[in-house]
Write a protein that binds this ligand. Sequence first.
Ligand code: VG1
Ligand code: CO
Length: 547
Amino acid sequence: MTMQVISVPSTPFSGQKPGTSGLRKKVTVFRQARYLENFVQAIFDTLSGQQGQTLVLGGDGRYYNDVAIQTILRMAAATGFGRVLVGRNGILSTPAASAVIRKWQAFGGIILSASHNSGGPDGDFGIKYNLGNGGPANESFTDAVYLRTQEIRAYDTVESPDIDLSKVGETCIGDMVVSIIDPVADYAELLESLFDFDRIARLLARPDFRMRFDAMHAVTGPYALEILENRLGAPPGTVVNCIPLPDFAGGHPDPNPVYAADLVAALADSRSGLSFGAASDGDGDRNMIVGRNFVVSPSDSLAVLAANHALVPAYASGLAGVARSMPTSCAVDRVAEALGIPCYETPTGWKYFGSLLDAGRCTLCGEESAGTGSNHVREKDGLWAVLYWLNILAVRDLPADVIVREHWRRFGRNVYSRHDYEGIEIAQGDRLMNDLRARLSQLPGSEYGGLRIATADDFAYVDPVDGSRSERQGIRILLDDGSRAVFRLSGTGTEGATLRVYLERFIADPGQHEIPTQEALAPLVGLADAVARIAAITGRKVPNVIS
Ligand code: VG1
Ligand code: CO
């Protein structure tokens, strides 16, 4: 039954510019009439050839997810998609959406998420488009979408009642089939094909090994329950906070020592009996790995995964290469060197890894922001990282902290921390970056508290596969001793600006490896403040989140 397409007049909204990972705004902004519709129409106008094709649609279950899905379904019918695969109840974690797009060779996908940002009526919402490779659309696509949002005059939809998303099965909107799918099945099957599930199951059955996975009331609950408890036999209760809630129970579903403090505390308390902890974020693409009284730095985690690849079935035959975002520590570079494989340095955001993965140039990728992944999908993948760690623990029969300490002994330790100044004024953030940028050429040779700056630049990236160039991706200050301070403004926030300062210092001497991270980095913190005039410009003496 062909339906009549209704063209609804509209006018552009300013500011519909996708950031590091899609368009993220307050729910109150998205709820304005025509706001979501304009952006979705801009995506559909930027695509070509979608008629008759398959779209994947789902999100992290946050507030407004359900409303947005119904709107997008009607618009997908109007633009001529032949089929939409929707996760039951509108749920699809970001890596699961990527897996579904790839498995069913879909044309692309729309993921509704603001990741680790808070949810609820006063929280954040987000939307992004993924291409047929399962990965976030590249910058040229998102730039084109933004341009389109500025000239939009109408959006297309059809008249059709809301679809019941709660039951797996097929219905239709006009000629378009809506398939409600199990959001977990395809993803769980894929992960099962990568790791040694028998061995992990034996580890989880051991009385002396107890793990906790904190889903933070976000999307990974159903995934972790199915994979860890049902398929791998972990004791009931292993997965906590496992029911996705539209407001994440009022918390920030951000797996770092600040927002997942409970988990860190439980692993620090010997009475808990826990030996391994993990958590994931709102949309399931980030991970935190916690050993006994030991939080694994995400940059170290990437390096450990790379160094131990031979223990994991999917990667045992070797890694083509590794990639990390520029602010991520250079720990993985040392592993790549030892393995004799290339290490790529990309701008922040998963969209830059796609072309490298598609071209077979790298196998593992990661970011300091708790994202790690591989060529199995085209997104970072929280549970994948947890299973990779479990696979290593099962084979090596050592606690996580011992594995990291051994890693440091072999490769040296890249002491690393990120200091975030959230909610500063946009004008202050811009001024700080512009001032710093203007002074870059004067910095080499200058000294601060005994530290000497060797080079300073604004990171630009040329994609080695498609030649595309991305400028102004973060200011890097490199010291004589190899230490680094990197400055960038966040591209995912929805209120004011967030300044991120990334600090790294290499310590080769194993006798020094137990030095507390912030203590080791203190001189560098002083340098960063002096060079960028953080306190002077923002009025902030200290960061509000340290990870
Ligand atoms: C942050 C992280 C970046 C990550 C991005 C999306 O971006 O720093 O590494 O790729 O979030 O992750 P920014 O621009 O705020 O620094 V997610 O889990 O929010 O989709
Ligand atoms: Co996320």
